[in-house]
Design a protein around this ligand. Sequence first.
Ligand SMILES: Cc1cc2nc3c(=O)[nH]c(=O)nc-3n(C[C@H](O)[C@H](O)[C@H](O)COP(=O)(O)O)c2cc1C
Length: 490
Amino acid sequence: MTGPFGSLRDYLKAVDELGQVLHVDKVDQDAFEATGFMYALIDKVGWGEAPIVSFNQVKTGGRWMEGPVIGNPWGRWQYEPMAFGVNAQGTNQRELYRSTLAKLETLVDEEGQWPAVEPTEISPEDAPCKEVTLLDDAIDLTQFPFLKTNPADGGPYINTGNVILEDPKYGRNAGTYRCQIKGPRKIGVNPERNQHGWTFLMDMKDRGEPFARAAVVLGADPIVFAMSSSKTTRLGQDELKVAGGFLGRPVEVVKCETSDLRVPANVEMVIEGEIPFDFEPEGPFGEMYGYIGEMKSENFFMNVTAVTHRKNPIFINNFTGIHRGFLTSPLEMTSNLNYRKKFPSVLSVHFPLQTPGYCFIQIKKMRPGDAIEIGSEISKTLKIAKIAIVVDEDVDVHNFTEVMHAVGSRWQPQQATQIIAEAGAMGGDPSSPTRGSGSRIVIDATRKQPDEGGPEVYAKMNRECLLAEAPDIFTHIDDKFGDLINGWKS
Ligand SMILES: Cc1cc2nc3c(=O)[nH]c(=O)nc-3n(C[C@H](O)[C@H](O)[C@H](O)COP(=O)(O)O)c2cc1C
């Protein structure tokens, strides 16, 4: 089965058919077995290689519950071309990822706009997410396997929910914000300050509205989830429309039971409710940097008015800080396009989420000082880019080792570094003196030209000399020894 997939189920089935879903019968999450399992698996297999894990039954809150609860749903780069329906061959994960970036780039129009297709409404009878409807006292969120991932977390969390809001000024927004389970019919809702969801809610509060109607969508298809989880769209752009553009067909939506909100219909569960503008404490929560974030004294919460779900819903738990959280190619493509527009020297920008805080920027240097100027602008405008490393066009930004090699061999700390003393910071960065602010560093790891203080003649790389002497060496080796090399198992 190939993508784009209209549902999470179809996507998981396709990955399972590749033999890349590890099925685990039972885990006792009251003893943190699922969390320990994910750490141990990724320690052993590696961040970009580990399979999807499906925990069939999970004990949580003292009760055994039916899953499956899925971990690491977006781990491998090869899932990007699968999910976006890109016909990409081969096994090299980096190449598969790049082929997705290349395909997505062709979808953008001259003004840099993503394709958009208006969602289409279907009737509740046809909506998979409405196979079961729970209202009033029948609602009890504690009966579902939402996990407390870390012993230090404030409680169990729904941490892959796409929060849908509508506003007359901005239209619709879908944003993935963690939701702490606070009771059978009450959850926290955590858009960070200045997220689009935060702007929607604060505007409603300022207009004097008593509450916001919201719906939390669980188990959306990979594209809707990626759109909801990344800053691919601007404030006022509907993520569901852009998702339809990528899908090549409209996202099917259905009306909520207790509001006029329209939500994706082909999902596992929808939690509807009202967000009043009184605030409550929330957290702590183990964040993407892999550290426990501080407890928030004031946060949004939602009183749940309805839950609808498929008969045997699939749950996704994000083991935050352990595995990748979403498909990143639309976001990466968006930042490539934005920065290329601003700086013609920029070729690509990559932020490796397994080591949050870094950003690798590949440029074709056009004039002295290009690298620091570009690195500094990107570092100041992209919060995740606390350490911005600028490399030449022969360095693969998707290859961590190559980037580190360039730093070791092309960077002179005294001459090619800029420190930005004060800038915004990611909320989860534990090194920030105060949450949300910090300093940054730009490392120019490009070959320095003589007018940048570099050597008169830059030494050639061994590999460069090999290719100059034997341009076809790697094709030749692949033809002659490919089976030996590819077949080797450590
Ligand atoms: C699994 C996961 C959990 C996330 N949790 C939060 C969160 O709790 N709060 C937040 O502001 N952003 C969170 N994000 C990031 C946002 O989803 C992302 O910035 C998105 O662009 C927000 O939507 P918006 O741009 O419409 O505000 C999370 C992302 C993922 C993948």
